[in-house]
Design a protein around this ligand. Sequence first.
Ligand code: SIN
Length: 277
Amino acid sequence: MTYQTLDLTTLTPHIGAEINGVDLSKPLSNQQFSELYQAWLDWKVLVFRDQHLTRDDHKAFGRRFGSLHVHPMQHSYGGDPEVLAVKTSKDSKYTAGDGWHTDVTCDPIPPLGSALYITQTPESGGGDTMYADMYLAYDMLSDVMKGMLENLVGVHDGAMPYLSGYGVSPPTGETYPKNEHPVVIRHPDTGKKILFVNSGFTSHIKGMRPWESRALLDALFRHISQTPRLTCRVVWQPNTLTLWDNRCTQHHAVWDYHPNSRYGERVSILGDVRPAA
Ligand code: SIN
């Protein structure tokens, strides 16, 4: 794919691209936006360096793709409900996203994408984010495995990361979302098949015995975490924004910089259709 208005440097042959020469604090022309949208579909993870954005600029950029999502744990973060602070310091008990996951798949319609703007990186270096290509994760499975997964449904439970993982209770009288999605979905824009289970949220496979479900999920999670070919790695510098397609990727924040600090803010874009086979 060639682009008229974008200068793009790829991170790997199939996932991740740095977009050079675009200032996200300025309105994007329609052509720029439609090429950026195509590049996002093509490369799944887009990295923009040296961006100087106010919170409103960041939100306005997210809104070009759709309305903004409010995170189920927002009550514990406070502040602007459409902005998730990603803040880790020496006193942190956890860092958000420190494990392979797709954002908020416990929602009936998970976000279609997220834009993370990192303004402070650890003095020690580190704090990268790894991304994995879930089209390729599906394509690399054997036909026997693909056939077996075809009609399976996964249960995605928000209590797993937010309550059991982070120890944050939901607001009084509420529970975290829990929803079912097909194990293999099709991307609504590209029509391509995607492996759609993640170790952050997928608790079990519907209708299987617990040991069967555990064994199958563990095998799929191992495939994702132990196949470096699926991945690219974003090495942050201050004022980098990364936009990912949340439907066909997983990511993993690497917390290798304690006791140093890292800070950023994330906006996520609401999906408009339920994940479907
Ligand atoms: C997340 O969105 O899961 C956080 C990613 C990161 O901090 O690198």
